[in-house]
Design a protein around this ligand. Structure first.
Ligand code: 13P
Ligand code: SF4
Length: 454
């Protein structure tokens, strides 16, 4: 499907498939029609199953439903942008954004995640990983915070800012397929089954769930990765749990284990890889971890023996990296350094010299000696930017096919220009608002994280 759009459609954030395509993002700065992702679910057949009976015989749960983000199919829509088709148009957009920014002055703060394209990053007041940007939003007094990143990041910014501050996104449809892999009904039923079957307490029943568990008591402590919806953060906050990001997962898991007690457990969602890689770094072994897949019957033997119950989610961008890519790089350049994001598979992290958040990756490259060859396992826009920023180093994406995050790419300067110009007319579009009831619980989990890593 080809959808031609104008940036002025910014406020019509999609309901139908066509509108979704219209709003889902923009292609390159050149005049061309490009394939774009669309958050639509495809019909899904579990691996190795061709019929319902086969699904049953292989242990797929009867309550399985085609809803989880695991079933994302990318891409489904294509889109042409009018008004951003040439170098001249790009320059015009740049000038429009600069002019609007200047007029808005201190009223405005633009936050840009490291995976954003350069034509967005150049306008950001602050760039960083999801933790740094959350902390920046929390510390900001700006009336308008424009989040150039994905939806869960803007939600967290809204939760962490005052009620009179307005958080918006240039394209509100920029989501995260990994965050979509866990939803509240599935996590709640997992939670209830674990409590019932493992004889654990709910930290919400404690007088003060922030204190370590008393001797002899065992709890199930929920930990959610920042890449999750606000209602999951609220669930976690309500049940005495905490949010983590890739830059602080070890400290946060240590905190959670103390609150779980000696025989307690941590339920970690949605990214199994960050959970596994962090637990391994903390000295835990394979037997200490079990995966919870809501589409499969639970393996109670593995689950009862595990300290960490890991949700089955993953990032499709970071799944593209593998050990062979690292071996190939090292065969060509034996001195090459390798750093990957902890959303990569365990084998990839183990084969690397280092793993860390996008901000840690940036620092690793900055600190590497001149002349270094550095293989990086993360999103391509960050890798290419680092390569350009450090001409005395060779920064290479481990995946030769390049690894774009298609949802981060949905933020385009044409949308940013439009958003800011409407702001100048006191029109607020694409506002991200977390309902108060959800925000009140979610902030408990976010504040715990900020306190742990303070
Ligand atoms: P960071 O917190 O490392 O920026 O990670 C966010 C993310 O979405 C990585 O895929
Ligand atoms: Fe989500 Fe992966 Fe994109 Fe990060 S890179 S925003 S985890 S889809």
């Amino acid at each position: 499907m080809t959808v031609t759009t104008r940036a002025a459609n910014l406020a019509d954030c999609g309901k139908s498939e066509e509108e979704a395509g219209r709003n889902c993002g923009l292609g390159t700065d050149m005049k061309q029609t490009v394939l774009l992702p669309s958050l639509h679910l495809a019909t899904y057949t579990p691996p190795g199953c061709s019929s319902g009976e086969e699904m049953h015989s292989k242990g797929w749960r009867p309550r399985w439903k085609p809803r989880s983000g695991l079933m994302l199919s990318l891409p489904l829509a294509s889109c042409t942008v009018e008004g951003a088709n040439s170098d001249a148009d790009s320059e015009e957009l740049r000038q429009r954004i600069r002019a609007a920014k200047e007029k808005l002055g201190d009223r405005l703060m633009i936050l840009g995640h490291h995976y954003q394209r350069d034509s967005i990053i150049e306008h950001a007041d602050e760039t960083g990983d999801s933790f740094l940007l959350a902390r920046t939003a929390a510390d900001s007094n700006a009336e308008h915070i424009v989040f150039c990143g994905v939806h869960f990041m803007a939600e967290s910014a809204d939760i962490l800012t005052a009620d009179n501050q307005i958080v918006t996104m240039p394209n509100i449809r920029a989501g995260c397929s990994m965050a979509d892999m866990a939803d509240l009904p599935d996590v709640t039923s997992c939670w209830n089954e674990l409590l019932d079957n493992c004889g654990l307490g709910d930290p919400a029943t404690r007088d003060d769930p922030d204190l370590p568990a008393p001797e002899g008591e065992s709890y199930l402590v929920p930990v959610t990765y920042m890449n999750s919806s606000a209602d999951l953060k609220a669930f976690v906050g309500h049940h005495g749990g905490v949010v983590c990001t890739s830059s602080n997962a070890e400290g946060v898991l240590g905190w959670a284990l103390e609150r779980a007690g000696k025989d307690g457990k941590v339920l970690f969602f949605p990214d199994q890889h960050l959970g596994r890689n962090t637990a391994l770094q903390m000295g835990y072994g394979d037997d200490d971890m079990a995966v919870w897949n809501p589409m499969l019957a639970p393996d109670w033997q593995a689950l009862s023996g595990a300290t960490f119950v890991l949700w089955h989610g993953y990032c499709s961008v970071h799944q593209r990296f593998n050990v062979e890519q690292i071996e190939e790089l090292r065969a060509m350049h034996p001195d090459a350094l390798v750093i990957v994001h902890p959303e990569c598979d365990r084998e990839v992290v183990e084969a690397s010299d280092e793993s860390g958040s996008t901000e840690m990756i940036r620092k690793f490259v900055a600190d590497a000696p001149p002349g270094s060859i550095i293989g990086v396992g993360t999103e391509i826009h960050l890798v290419k930017r680092l390569d350009a920023q450090y001409p005395d180093k060779d920064v290479i994406c481990l995946d030769a096919g390049l690894c774009p995050c298609s949802t981060m790419y949905m933020i385009h300067p044409a949308y940013l220009a439009e958003l800011l110009e409407r702001m100048l007319k006191d029109e607020v579009v694409n506002r991200v608002v977390v309902p108060k009831q959800i925000a009140d619980d979610a902030i408990l989990a976010l504040d715990r994280m900020l306190a742990i890593v303070a």
